[in-house]
Ligand binder design. Structure first.
Ligand code: HEC
Ligand code: HEC
Length: 411
């Protein structure tokens, strides 16, 4: 059993906490150490390191890892059933050209059945330019009975292409296999963009220059899942808020839209979505906030932080929720009240205990949210994976929001 397999086992079979402990980090286990997860006990015995080497999570997580370790159980790792995952169906095609994105790969002509779209609050990925397409099988539609958790038909595929400095670098794919199963893959482009081939499950490092001295890593499948697999939905950026035609002009890195892109309104018109709230047709979704800065700040935090920081995931107990719910239509207010003037578990280095707040109005220096998104120290940075550079535009937006935040203000 290799270390990677242990990590995989924990990630797929362990508790959500265990998933966060291992993903993106290099853990090495002492001989015969015992690892406990929610429903299984493993013993891991063939690694000689005496230390847990920990790369990308803070002390809080690390101590939880050690605890998880110490209270470990008895059974041997042996063969691991991974619930609900049949490896055959999880194998992605070897080449991007076999995934159905292109009608003609040589000329890079997109199959017209794949609809292009752009979420109004994109994920920051070190400044990569992105293009996205969704394929919904013929005669199917998205079920929006739960306006926040769209159900996509079996056979749905979504691609996201990343370019740096005008060159395609990778194209990611998420495909619904039906029965709640999803496949995650990425394809790395050759230097001359003549082919894009499947990236190994553990990802690929240093594939392209972001800026001098810094290169882009393609995340491994476990990292994809750290962000994309939660108790709600795997698809993060194809949603009512993200596709609203009432786009936020102040969203950091807002992408240019074109007339061939689908929005929530075109989905409705084309019958590609059903059981949605009737009000969507008249009143496009927007984050209700007291001023444009607050709106953009909350949208940014929703897209870049809310996929982990929400009430239905592993980080529920942190009580810091940045995911915006279109169903409730108030949670941005809740999110803000929960974070404002509240101390969390994290302490800004050099500060006295009790002096770090999640958000401290008027006081960016004592606001953990701003500190962690500004940092790329692996123990502090937020998000913990997926980027090497802090998002300077977003940092200045959140700083402005904290400085301007008025106590009486309620979004
Ligand atoms: C740091 C968190 C994070 C990681 C890691 C990550 N993603 Fe995403 N991904 C997102 C977010 C947030 C969006 C929606 C916003 C956007 O498209 O810019 C997204 C969008 C996508 C989309 C478009 C469909 C959708 O869900 O909105 C695809 C396809 C995708 N990611 C595939 C992958 C694959 C494959 C991997 C791993 C190789 C991966 N992602 C790794 C956060 C992440
Ligand atoms: C891939 C999942 C993930 C994403 C995305 C993510 N975080 Fe986190 N965050 C974590 C984990 C895990 C912890 C708990 C461990 C720790 O503190 O490092 C955490 C903790 C925090 C804390 C400390 C909370 C406390 O109680 O003190 C802050 C502040 C924070 N994150 C801010 C952010 C911000 C801001 C973003 C977006 C820019 C973000 N996070 C995106 C996983 C994530």
């Amino acid at each position: 059993m290799t270390i990677r397999e242990v990590i995989k086992a924990l990630a797929l079979g362990g508790t959500a906490l265990a998933r966060f402990l291992v993903i993106g980090s290099e853990l090495t286990f002492p001989p015969s150490s015992k690892i406990k997860t929610e429903d299984r006990h493993f013993t891991y015995g063939s690694v000689s390191d005496k230390m847990i080497r920990h790369r990308s999570y803070s002390f809080l997580t690390l101590s939880a890892a050690v605890l998880t370790f110490l209270i470990g159980g008895i059974a041997s790792l042996g063969s691991l059933p991974v619930p609900g995952h049949s490896p055959e169906t999880l194998d992605p095609p070897a080449h991007l050209r076999e995934t159905g994105l292109y009608a003609n790969f040589a000329s890079k002509t997109i199959d017209p059945r794949n609809l292009s779209y752009s979420p109004q609050y994109p994920l920051w990925s070190d400044g990569a330019a992105k293009r996205r397409w969704i394929f919904l099988p013929a005669e199917t539609s998205i079920d929006a009975s739960d306006p926040d958790v769209w159900e996509f038909p079996a056979g749905t595929k979504v691609w996201k292409e990343f370019s740096f400095h005008g060159r395609r670098v990778e194209t990611r794919l998420i495909a619904s296999l039906g029965g709640g199963e999803w496949m995650f893959a990425s394809y790395a482009w050759d230097a001359d963009e003549s082919d894009a081939t499947l990236v190994p499950k553990q990802g690929l490092r240093n594939v392209a220059e972001i800026q001098p001295g810094l290169r882009h890593d393609i995340p491994g499948v476990l990292d994809c899942k750290a962000c994309h697999v939660n108790r709600r939905t795997e698809i993060l950026g194809f949603s009512a808020l993200q596709l609203s035609p009432d786009r936020d002009p102040n969203a950091p890195h807002a992408e240019r839209t074109s007339s061939d892109m689908v929005s929530l309104q075109t989905l409705i018109e084309r019958g590609l979505i059903r059981s949605y709230p009737r009000s969507w047709a008249q009143h496009p979704i927007r984050i209700e906030a007291s001023n444009p800065t607050a709106r953009a700040a909350l949208g940014y935090l929703h897209a870049n932080c809310g996929n982990c920081h929400n009430p239905n995931g592993a980080l529920e107990t942190l009580n810091m929720f940045w995911r915006h719910s279109v169903a409730e239509n108030t949670p941005s207010g809740t999110a803000v009240t929960m974070a404002i003037n509240r101390t969390g578990r994290f302490r800004i280095p050099g500060e006295e205990p009790g002096d770090t707040y999640l958000i401290r109005p008027g006081d960016p220096a004592h606001s953990a949210v701003l500190f962690r998104m500004s940092s790329r120290n692996p123990f502090h940075q937020m998000p913990p994976l997926g980027t090497k550079l802090a998002d300077a535009d977003a940092v200045s937006l959140i700083r402005r929001w904290i400085l301007e935040y008025q106590k009486e203000e309620r979004p």
